[in-house]
Design a protein around this ligand. Structure first.
Ligand SMILES: [Zn+2]
Length: 308
């Protein structure tokens, strides 16, 4: 009896330590291991945004999605800030815009910026039906998909110790310009990039239109020419993981949220599949998107973070 009591003590200690470690990992504390991207959760974030409806500036949906993003970042433990500003379009209209920022691992000086626009297009100017061309779009792929991947990454960062600092920025006012008027696009990222003060991430990764079923992400033009090393680092991860969604082909050059950072000499990459039949139409709805596409992109970005 005595002997048994003595022997059971080490066992009890080990047991208690194991319970403490597992409770800590589950609730509160953080692991340094590479987290696994959950495509179901990410797709849920895409659905949440689409359920709000159109999210173009000046609408109720725009306000609701702002509240949604702040509450999610808070839930995931980010250090949150918002950056409100007014933008005057070439039409003379003023848009009240807000960039929403969530920082993780704030103690690290080495930082990267992950960005996506959360606003949706106020008019479906490419809809096959001309009577729809002034109607706002839902933007399942063009708007919700990039945000959905970043929210899932934020959720994972909240449970992990990332090796570097991560700044997730949800940009506003990307998609309110009329075609042929480039100065009315990318308003949020332009404002952010011109107000960075001492902040300078060493890499910027923008996600846009990456949720389409069977997504094919070719190498966007500015990313390829100006940020070749960063782009190659990202594509080499996709090759290693056999993710054929990343295609080793030249894509078009686009005015997107990476451009203001490219102009400031910061290596910046735009991950985008611009070949989307429902682009700027009322057909840009969740049924055109897939969990697999979100997963491919989210997995590569998490791997990228963990190999820094
Ligand atoms: Zn768009």
């Amino acid at each position: 009896m005595q002997q048994r009591m003595l022997n059971s003590r080490p066992f009890l200690c080990v047991f208690i330590i194991c319970v403490l470690v597992s409770v800590t990992l589950e609730y509160g504390c953080s692991s340094s291991e590479l987290p696994e991207f959950n495509s179901d959760t990410s797709f849920g974030f895409l659905m949440d945004q689409c359920d709000i409806g159109a999210r173009n500036p000046g609408t109720r949906g725009h306000k609701l999605v702002q509240r949604y993003l702040v509450s999610k970042l808070k839930e995931f433990g980010a250090n949150i800030s918002v950056q409100p500003f007014d933008a005057v379009l070439t039409t003379g209209d003023t848009l009240n815009l807000v960039n929403i920022i969530g920082n993780f691992n704030t103690g690290s000086k080495k930082r990267i910026l992950l960005g996506a626009h959360y606003d949706t297009r106020p008019f479906a100017d490419h809809d096959p039906d001309p009577s729809n061309r002034n109607t706002p779009i839902i933007g399942a792929n063009d708007g919700a998909s990039g945000v959905a991947v970043l929210l899932e990454i934020a959720r994972q960062l909240g449970k992990s110790n990332s090796p570097i600092g991560i700044d997730i920025v949800f940009f506003d006012g990307e998609d309110s310009g009329r075609e042929g008027v480039p100065e009315d696009y990318i308003l949020g990222s332009s404002y952010f990039a011109s107000h960075m003060k001492g902040y300078r991430p060493y890499a910027v990764i923008i996600l846009d239109m990456i949720g389409e079923k069977d997504v094919e992400i070719k190498k966007e033009g500015y990313s390829r020419v100006v940020s070749a090393d960063l782009l190659e680092e990202i594509y080499s991860i996709a090759r290693r993981l056999n993710l054929s969604e990343f295609m080793d082909e030249e894509g078009v050059s686009l005015i997107d949220d990476h451009l203001p950072f490219v102009k400031r000499g910061i290596p910046s990459v735009d991950l985008i599949d611009f070949d989307y039949p429902y682009w700027h139409t009322l057909g840009d709805t969740p049924d055109k998107c897939s969990k697999e596409s979100l997963s491919a992109v989210g997995t590569v970005v998490l791997e990228f973070i963990w190999q820094q």
